[in-house]
Design a protein around this ligand. Structure first.
Ligand SMILES: [Zn+2]
Length: 421
């Protein structure tokens, strides 16, 4: 039985399409799951079939729904962990918390994380999943996204078993959702042996999958990877014995063959000029999580240098174990505060650039740019409305500084979150 034809018009004080200028008193016409037209409300309404459902938001700004390219939704219930605190003491607590978690705990947490995401206007995530439970939570709530299955292997004797587990998970879930892509998440340079890393990279290549790695996050990581020094040497033992000495985490990943345009590197705080040049040359996506970096006291990403070198950057919240909310707009506000306080390291960017980093750029980073990330004819109707007040002159400024929870969130033409009044 075919799905019933549906037509909807969303009208708002402003429509901000991202790839074209904002439209005052704008509207979007949605036929089934797709954007059919957008522009001045008067013109759009003329094209709407009779009987189309009409929703009006005279105090709202209508944008493409937001994309959060790095989350750990399974950690949603770890929000109570102390912040800020040092990365090393945070990691010790996290290891205990994660060990005590069951698949069901992770699934419940991920469902809460998915609901929270929708309430912030997010319909697509780059999810780093330890248990694989978040795949089913995202599926249940109809979100889109790429689920990177975490891979950790501290000992070569475990390679075969662990890779087989990973591969069977990928094969089992890959065709279970048309909205979710699966991918591979070798956790970090220090939690996967070089030999295991190479096997996982080959697996990703053979299946044409994206990979996501936490990289160059803390000074401790750099000390370990570059010189086998620091406290982590005692924690992690011989995991990097087969890796060459003297390479920064980024150059080590390059030595492994891990850097290409399908790679996402999360954090990249502890990077030097050579690392930055390499990131640009290899065309990797860097996922920037400034609140998480602040909360774990790992330093500040040299955003100005990265952008001027041509590194591709998108913005994400990270999980609630290291940040205060799953709101990309909160992340932008924090980033703007950093640019006010540290203008040399952290440039002041236009507000539309920041907004692009949580819409079209983050969609590109996880392979969804053809479907979502901007309001364009033919794209999926993944949209969000935020209340900004009446008679607003600059909708992007109002959204970035005043936007809190979404009033409406829509995925593929279906309203999945709507706040009354
Ligand atoms: Zn992470």
């Amino acid at each position: 039985m075919g799905k019933k034809f549906s037509a909807k018009v969303l009208r708002a004080q402003w429509v901000v399409p991202i790839t074209s200028p904002p439209v005052k008193d704008g509207a979007v016409l949605i036929l089934n799951d797709t954007i059919f037209a957008f522009g001045k409300a008067k013109e759009v309404l003329k094209q709407a079939p009779s009987g189309a459902q009409k929703l009006e938001f005279p105090e709202g700004v209508l944008v493409p729904s937001l994309v959060n390219p790095h989350t750990h939704l399974e950690n949603t219930h770890f929000f109570g962990i102390k912040k800020p605190q040092s990365f090393n003491s945070w990691l010790t607590q996290m290891v205990k918390l994660v060990k005590s978690q069951s698949f069901d705990d992770a699934f419940k947490a991920a469902k809460d994380g998915a609901t929270q995401s929708l309430s912030y206007g997010v319909t697509c995530v780059g999810e780093f999943s330890r248990f694989g439970a978040s795949f089913f939570a995202l599926k249940k709530f109809g979100l889109k996204g790429t689920v990177f299955k975490e891979f950790i292997c501290l000992n070569d004797s475990e390679i075969e078993t662990k890779v087989a587990e990973l591969e069977s998970w990928l094969d089992a879930v890959k065709s279970q959702s048309s909205l979710l892509k699966v991918a591979v998440g070798p956790h970090a340079p220090y939690t996967v042996t070089p030999n295991a890393f190479k096997v996982v990279l080959d697996l990703a290549k053979s299946k044409d999958l994206q990979i996501c790695i936490h990289a160059a996050e803390s000074p401790s990581e750099r000390k370990l990877v570059e010189g086998r020094k620091g406290i982590w040497r005692f924690w992690l033992g011989n995991v990097l014995d087969d890796a060459p000495l003297g390479l920064s985490p980024i150059r080590y990943l390059n030595w492994l063959g891990a850097l290409n345009s399908k790679t996402l590197l999360v954090h990249c705080v502890q990077v030097d000029d050579n690392d930055i040049a390499l990131l640009a040359e290899r065309g990797v996506w860097v996922v920037h999580c400034p609140r998480s970096n602040f909360n774990l006291k790992v330093g500040m990403m040299p955003l100005a240098k990265m952008l001027s070198a041509g590194v591709k950057i998108c913005l994400a919240t990270d999980g609630l174990a290291s940040t205060e909310s799953l709101s990309p707009l909160d992340e932008i506000r924090f980033a703007i505060k950093l640019s006010d306080e540290h203008p040399k390291i952290y440039p002041s960017l236009s507000l539309s650039r920041w907004l692009r980093m949580v819409t079209l750029d983050s969609a590109s980073a996880i392979g969804f740019e053809k479907e979502i990330g901007s309001i364009e004819r033919g794209k999926h109707a993944d949209l969000a409305v935020f209340k900004i007040g009446s008679a607003i002159d600059d909708p992007i400024e109002a959204l970035v500084f005043e936007g809190k929870g979404a009033k409406l969130t829509m995925v593929s033409g279906e309203i999945v979150h709507l706040v009354a009044t």
